[in-house]
Structures are given as structure tokens and as C-alpha cells.
Design a protein around this ligand. Structure first.
Ligand code: AKG
Ligand code: FE2
Length: 466
């Protein structure tokens, strides 16, 4: 029987896409999407490609001679990558690509491109849209740039010959990722979070692939159920793909491919990252719990757990607090610049989510038991009010709306007394009328941005509707 065609990842134009639309429609609900029309305006689209759209090896080699990058052998899973001079790898890949069968599947992965450019005094040859790459929407790299400038960030370049692949995984820290193809084609398979458990063995170890015929049925008895729910995409040059937090995915290069990839987190997925960190911390505590007695105090044991957490996940709780602090400072900076209209709405959307998350984090027992982290928590607590005026706005909006509902209710009662039978039914039907429901929903959504206007508008609307 022919295999059912997999559902394909949605494609939209990224040109002119608003940050809020991307956040609310794709990033927050976790919905993969391919953005067209973004990459072809980047400088690297011209400088890294020749007329045929193949990698411009002479330019790339000249640009990155002397930069180091990690090269993995896809046939030796689990081995640490070798460090190569990027230009040597590029020359190897150019030669390898001329042959028809690829004996060696060497993949330049997670090469820190922005750092390489900065170190070489070169312009970074791309600029992703603000919703992917601005300080307001990329707290992970903002944090890295702030606390450890020049140290490892999450902005990468990948170069791989045909057949190289990245096995099934979710991204570091449960972050989102995006990947922009400059040259070549990639085959992506995505598995939604609700089927993640079918891709894990009894030790919570992920399968190498979710393709059932390549999976051990003893170890992964329900892998076919994950496979059924997959989304697939062939990503062409010039397309940017969004991989939401927590989605397992696997990728294969169908031809010599050059891509730029970022991992990032922001108001749309920070809650998931926080949940992931807490789960990881619990796992660390369980794993090294037996060694508790070897520590001179409980505090020392807990500090050690943080060191392990940092080593496993590249972030500990203190780092997390510092990341939130940097984000809160950025939100504050944006408010002080007095944004208007859509931009104000965007900053408020971020601030509301950040504020709620900060409060949840500060209440968390895992944080309170850490002496070092509690110092950072104090700092954050001091900062939190900076983003709190958004709450006041929501409160006001809620008051206005409840006032509206009361007024509306009493009007209904009044009419109840005046009309009977058919008239009453009509009135009640009308009260459920989609227009008013829809308008109320819109007003709710806009209330952050509209502030004082809202009261007036509701008032006007109420009367004109009657
Ligand atoms: O392109 C690849 O090989 C893997 C990319 C990836 O996993 C990602 O961008 O999250
Ligand atoms: Fe990934």
C-alpha cells in the first residue's frame, strides 16, 4: 500500500509580516512555518552564491580562512566533532561534491558565524526580521551578548554535502530555532510535541530517526503513531524555516547545502524553556542524589547540581535569572522610547508575558533554595515593577469590560420586563449575535494598546448597537 502523503509545512511570505502576527500565530502556539521573501535580500544571498546559485567557494574560502569550526562525521554518532579551519572544510566539500557517491559524510555544524565575522572585523552578512533576531524577541542571544560577549552564542552556520544529516532531536533548552537556506535543499521531518513520548525509549533516550522502518520496534513500539502525525518540508534556497520549541525534528541535506541557523527564546516560549530547565534540574538531582552525603552541606550539593545543569543545558538557574533580567531591561528600554500603535502593542504583549513569568519564577522553591540565585532574584524583583504598568492597563481594561457587562446585563433585564415571548427570544438571540461577540473579542485584544480610548469606544459601541 502506498504511504499516505505527509502533511506539509505551511508556507507564507515573510515580507512585511508583523512581529505580533508571527508571535501570536506561529511562535506562541508552536506552529512550524516556512517564510519566503526574507533571505533573498540578505547580502550573503549574493556574495555566498555564484550565478548558478551554488556556493561561491572562492569568496567563502577567502572570507573565512583562519576561522575554526566543528566538523562532525555523520557516520560516527556520539563522537565529538573535529575542529577544522573552515576554509579547509569548504575546499574539501567542494571536491567531495564533484564525485557522485559520498563516501564521507562530514558536516560543518554549529559553526559560530557571527562570532567569526566579529573576530575577523567583517559585517555579518544577513539581517533576520526583528521577530527572530531583535533584542526584544531574542533573549537568548541578548543574554549571551550581554553577559559573555565574544563567547559562544546561538547563531550558527551549517555546511554539508549531500547525504549529511542531523538526527532526531529537539533543540537546546527547548528553544525555538530558525534555519535559512542559502544554497541547496534540505528535507525536514517534524513531530508535534504531543507525540514526543513515542520517539523516546524507556530511558527517555530519543530515537535516531522517527522513520518506522529504520527504528527498532522493541525499543520504540509506538513510533508509527509519531510518524502518522509528522509534518514534512523540502526547503529550497531562499526559504527560512521556523522550528518551534519542543518539536522533535530530523533533517537531511539533499544536495550540498549552506544554511544560517539561530536558536532563540522570547515571550512566546520562555515558559517552556523554564519548564524544561526545572525538569532537567530534577533529573540532575535524581541522578546524583546518592552523592548527597559526600557534600559538606545541602547548599553545597544544590550548588553542585547547578554546575551539572549548566554543563548539560548551557544554563543554570542563576543564568536564567540573569537572562530574564536582561530581557526586562530591554522591555523597559523599549517602553521608555515611547512606542506607538502596533509597536506599543507588541512591547506590551512581551511585557505582560515576561512579568507573569518573572513572578512564577520568583515563587519557585528550586530558586529560593539557592543562595547565589536568590541574589539575582532580588535584582529581578527590583526590576519587575518596571514592566508592571502593563498589569495596571489590563486591570483597567478588565474593569471597563466588567462595567460594560454589568451595563449590558441591566439593559437586558430592563428589556426583559418590557418585552415578552417572541421579542424576548429575539433579544436574547441578538445578544449572542456574532458581531457583538467578535467586537468584544477584538476590543479585548486591543485593550493593551488602546488604554483610555477603550472605555469611550465601548461606551459608543454599546449605545450605537442598541
Ligand atoms: O540543518 C540541519 O542539519 C539541522 C538544523 C536544525 O536542527 C535546526 O535548525 O534546528
Ligand atoms: Fe534542531
Amino acid at each position: 500500500m502506498a504511504e499516505a502523503l505527509a502533511k506539509q509545512v505551511e508556507k507564507i511570505s515573510g515580507r512585511g509580516l508583523s512581529s505580533l502576527h508571527f508571535l501570536q500565530t506561529y511562535a506562541a502556539p508552536g506552529r512550524p512555518v516556512i517564510l519566503e521573501d526574507v533571505v533573498p535580500s540578505w547580502p550573503c544571498w549574493t556574495t555566498w552564491r555564484d550565478e548558478q546559485g551554488e556556493p561561491n567557494f572562492s569568496q567563502l574560502v577567502a572570507d573565512f580562512k583562519g576561522c575554526d569550526g566543528p566538523v562532525s562525521d555523520c557516520q560516527k554518532r556520539g563522537e565529538a566533532p573535529d575542529v577544522w579551519d573552515v576554509s579547509s572544510y569548504l575546499l574539501w566539500a567542494q571536491e567531495e561534491d564533484k564525485g557522485s557517491d559520498h563516501k564521507q559524510l562530514l558536516y560543518l555544524k554549529d559553526w559560530h558565524l557571527v562570532q567569526a565575522c566579529r573576530a575577523a572585523g567583517k559585517e555579518v552578512p544577513y539581517e533576520a526580521p526583528a521577530f527572530l533576531d531583535s533584542p526584544l524577541h531574542d533573549w537568548l542571544n541578548l543574554h549571551k551578548d550581554t553577559v559573555a560577549p565574544g563567547k559562544e552564542d546561538y547563531r550558527f552556520c551549517y555546511v554539508g554535502v549531500k547525504g549529511t544529516r542531523t538526527p532526531l532531536h529537539h533543540d537546546v533548552l527547548f528553544s525555538h530555532s530558525w534555519s535559512a537556506n542559502i544554497c541547496g535543499m534540505k528535507h525536514w521531518i517534524f513531530y508535534p510535541p504531543e507525540v514526543s513520548e513515542f520517539l523516546l525509549d524507556e530511558h527517555s533516550e530519543a530515537a535516531e530517526t522517527g522513520i518506522p522502518r529504520r527504528c527498532d520496534p522493541q525499543r520504540f513500539p509506538r513510533v508509527a503513531e509519531a510518524w502518522e502525525k509528522r509534518l514534512e518540508a523540502i526547503q529550497y534556497p531562499g526559504q527560512l524555516i521556523f522550528v518551534p520549541s519542543g518539536w522533535y525534528h530530523e533533517v537531511e541535506n539533499l544536495s550540498l547545502a549552506v544554511s544560517i541557523n539561530h536558536n532563540w527564546l522570547n515571550a512566546s516560549n520562555a515558559e517552556m524553556v523554564w519548564g524544561f530547565l526545572l525538569k532537567e534540574l530534577e533529573a540532575v538531582k535524581r541522578k546524583i542524589g546518592d552523592e548527597r552525603k559526600n557534600f559538606s552541606s545541602e547548599a553545597e550539593f544544590l550548588e553542585h547540581c547547578q554546575v551539572v545543569l549548566q554543563a548539560n543545558s548551557e544554563l543554570d538557574l542563576e543564568g536564567w535569572l540573569s537572562l530574564l533580567t536582561t530581557a526586562a531591561e530591554e522591555v523597559d528600554r523599549r517602553f521608555k522610547a515611547q512606542p506607538q500603535g502596533e509597536e506599543l502593542h507588541e512591547v506590551e504583549w512581551v511585557a505582560t508575558k515576561l512579568r507573569a513569568l518573572i513572578e512564577r519564577c520568583l515563587e519557585c522553591p528550586a530558586l529560593q533554595e539557592l543562595p547565589k540565585a536568590s541574589a539575582s532574584a532580588e535584582l529581578l524583583r527590583a526590576l519587575a515593577p518596571e514592566v508592571s504598568h502593563v498589569e495596571a492597563i489590563s486591570e483597567k481594561a478588565a474593569q471597563v469590560l466588567s462595567g460594560f457587562q454589568q451595563k449590558y446585563q441591566s439593559m437586558l433585564m430592563e428589556h426583559h420586563e418590557k418585552f415578552h415571548g417572541q421579542q424576548l427570544r429575539e433579544l436574547e438571540l441578538w445578544s449572542k449575535n456574532k458581531n457583538i461577540q467578535e467586537r468584544r473579542r477584538q476590543l479585548w485584544e486591543q485593550c493593551g494598546a488602546r488604554k483610555a480610548q477603550l472605555a469611550e469606544e465601548l461606551e459608543d459601541f454599546t449605545w450605537s448597537a442598541w
